[in-house]
Structures are given as structure tokens and as C-alpha cells.
Write a new protein. Structure first.
Length: 104
């Protein structure tokens, strides 16, 4: 939507806008950004994208609501609470051949 408001309709046009603000992603990365929402994006890349499109981060991203089910899935526990899965413990060394350290 932001790109359309800037009269950018193709990934190649978006790439030219990126190059004007000294941001040089590959055409394939630009096309991937154009065609779908990325799972992750580096903050400095996001700043450059905003500079190229003359917009804010809020114009590009929507906040997702936190689902209550996700919060209820793992109940809060106090640090040191021993109920739940057992933690690894130190045990006696097995008898047998001594372990040789790796060569340097």
C-alpha cells in the first residue's frame, strides 16, 4: 500500500528506490519482500526501506494481538521451583577407557 502511494508497482521500481537511499538488496530479496510478508527483517534494513518509501515503520507493519491461549500454555513458576521436568544432574564418571583430548 505504501509503495503504491509512491507510484511503485513492480519489484524493479522498488529496487531503484532502495538504491537511491544506499540500500542494495538483491532483486530476488526485493521480489520476496514485495510478494510476501517476511518472517524476520533486520532493523537497519527496515530503516532503509522506510527511508526509500518516505514512511514510518507503522505504515509498513501491523501489530498482532497476543493470544491469551499462548500466555496460559506455560504457567509462571518461581525461579528454583523444582516441580516439573527434572534438571540434569552431575553423576559419577563411567568406568572404562580414559577420554583422550582432541588434537590441537
Amino acid at each position: 500500500m505504501v509503495a503504491a502511494q509512491r507510484d511503485i508497482w513492480r519489484p524493479t521500481q522498488l529496487l531503484k528506490a532502495f538504491e537511491q537511499v544506499d540500500f542494495h538488496p538483491s532483486l530476488s530479496k526485493t521480489a520476496a519482500l514485495w510478494s510476501s510478508a517476511p518472517i524476520t527483517i533486520r532493523l537497519d534494513d527496515l530503516d532503509k526501506i522506510c527511508a526509500a518509501l518516505n514512511c514510518t515503520v507503522g505504515d509498513l507493519m501491523l501489530a498482532e494481538a497476543v493470544h491469551d491461549a499462548d500466555l496460559d500454555a506455560a504457567p509462571a513458576r518461581a525461579i528454583g521451583d523444582r516441580s516439573g521436568p527434572a534438571a540434569p544432574t552431575a553423576g559419577a564418571r563411567k568406568r572404562g577407557a580414559r577420554r583422550v583430548p582432541p588434537p590441537n
